[in-house]
Design a protein around this ligand. Sequence first.
Ligand SMILES: Nc1ncnc2c1ncn2[C@@H]1O[C@H](COP(=O)(O)OP(=O)(O)OP(=O)(O)O)[C@@H](O)[C@H]1O
Length: 284
Amino acid sequence: MAVLEARDVRRRFGDVQALDGFDLRIDAGEIVGLVGHNGAGKTTFVEIVAGLTKADSGTVKVDGIDTAARSVQVRERVGLAPQEISLYISLTVRENLRLFAGLAGLRGKRMSAAIDETSAALGLEEVIDRQVGYLSGGQKRRTQAATALIHRPRLLLLDEPTAGADPGTRRALLQLVRQCAADGAAVCYTTHYLPELADLDATIAVASKGKVIARGTQQELLAGLPTDVQVVLTNGEERVIRSKDPSGALAELLAQRLPLKGIDVRQPSLDDLYHALEGDHVAP
Ligand SMILES: Nc1ncnc2c1ncn2[C@@H]1O[C@H](COP(=O)(O)OP(=O)(O)OP(=O)(O)O)[C@@H](O)[C@H]1O
C-alpha cells in the first residue's frame, strides 16, 4: 500500500529547474534510499513533501491525502529531519521535543511517553535537560532525528541524517529507522553513503536533474557494474583489476602465483552507479 505517492512534481527557482517531473512511490514498511549528485533535486523534493516549499505542478499524496492543502491530517502523518540542523538552540532537548510533539498533535501522557521512548532509543537521556546550543554535533543530529520520529509518523523524511555523526550515533539512528519501518512507516532516506542503505536493506531511487532515473533493489541496480579486485604483494606493490567478473579476475591473479600479502574486492560505489546511468557528469 502506497504511503507516499508523488507524480510529475515540478519546481523552478529562477533559471534552475530543480524538479522536472519527479515521481516517487514509497509503500508502508519500505525504506527508500534517495540518492543522486549534489543539486539533483533531493532536498527540494523532500521539502515539498514536508510542506516547506510548494510545487509548481504535480501531485504529492500521503496516505491518499493531497499535501498541497497542508492539513493537520498530513502534518500528523509526516516527520522531517532536514539536512540543516533546525532546532531551537536556547531551549532544552526536552522542550524541543515537546514543541515538535505538540505540533504533530500529541498531548499529555502520550506526549511524555513518546519523549521518554524516543530519547531512550537515541541515547539522549543524559542531555535531555541541556540547552541544544550546548550540545555536540552528534547530539544535535540525534535530537533532530528525535523531532522527526517523536510522533511515529507514517512517512519519515530523513535528509542526510547521519552527516557528521560518529559511529555510535549512526548505529542508534539506523536501528531506530529500521524499527520504524518494521512498525509500518514509509521512509525516504537521503544519503551519499551506499553502505548505510545496505545496512537498512533499502531499495534505491536515483535522482538526476530533477527526476528519478532509476528505481530498484541494490542488487538490481548494482548488477553488472564493474568491481575492483585489488591485491597487495609482499613487496608492497598494489595491483587493481576492474572487472564485471570479479571471480574470474581473482582467479586470473591467483593463477599468476604472485607473492600475495592481501586481497580486497570492492563493491561498486554510488559513483559507479551514477556513471553507468548518466555517463560523465559535471555537477552544476
Ligand atoms: N531556494 C532556492 N533558490 C534557488 N535555487 C535553489 C533553491 N533551492 C534549491 N535550488 C537549486 O535547485 C537545485 C536542486 O537543489 P537541491 O538542494 O534540491 O539538490 P540536492 O539533490 O538535495 O543536492 P545535495 O546533495 O547537494 O543536498 C540546485 O541547483 C539548487 O541550487
